[in-house]
Design a protein. Structure first.
Lengths: 160, 32
């Protein structure tokens, strides 16, 4: 799958535009291999780890994804980066782009969950979070992200 | 642009990330 996903023109363009990328060989590890792994272990490959420009970990997962799923996940990572850097409006743009461009992707429910978080941080109000999480629950009822979002007590809902 | 410009040094990757302010994608793999 890596042979399909990594050379895909859309993947090449997106990664080149938004990331600094490194490929690290676990069979012949470089001296800084363990530093790159952080507190994790390399027990199965491929392993993807995403960091911000200062080395703060944003996300890690195992296994290749097809191009569209990989691209959706990269947008999720960029949203997370914006969120931890206190740029919730920018984060919301990235998360929304996941659900707009890749609505059927595995990343889409998580993007909606995090969009709720970004919308709350951007507005200081629970209302947009509730609206987005209600959409998450309606559109992806079987997702674990919907279950995580199903925590809003009725008395916090406007008009109740 | 035909392929991702993969770096092979974590240290150099982080230096470039610091300069460019871009996040980092690390792909750990075992050659087959």
């Amino acid at each position: 799958m890596g042979a399909v996903t990594h050379p895909h023109p859309d993947v090449v363009e997106f990664v080149s535009q938004h990331f600094v990328a490194a490929k690290l060989n676990g069979k012949e590890p470089a001296p800084d291999f363990n530093q790159a792994l952080g507190r994790g272990k390399f027990f199965w490959g491929p392993l993807y780890v995403f960091l911000d420009s200062r080395g703060i970990e944003l996300r890690r997962y195992l296994g290749f994804l097809p191009p569209d799923e990989f691209l959706a996940d990269l947008r999720l990572v960029l949203g997370m980066e914006a969120l931890i850097h206190s740029k919730p409006e920018k984060a919301l743009e990235w998360f929304t782009s996941v659900t707009d461009r890749y609505p059927g992707s595995a990343a889409s429910p998580e993007a909606l969950y995090l969009a709720g978080s970004a919308a709350y941080k951007a507005s200081g109000s629970l209302n947009p979070l509730i609206e987005i999480w209600d959409r998450l629950i309606a559109e992806h009822p079987e997702s674990t992200w919907a279950k995580r979002a199903d925590v809003i007590p009725d008395d916090l809902r406007t008009g109740s | 642009m035909s392929e991702i410009a993969w770096r092979t040094s974590y240290t150099e990757t982080m230096e470039e990330a610091g300069r460019s302010r871009k996040p980092v994608l690390l792909h750990f793999y075992t050659p087959t």
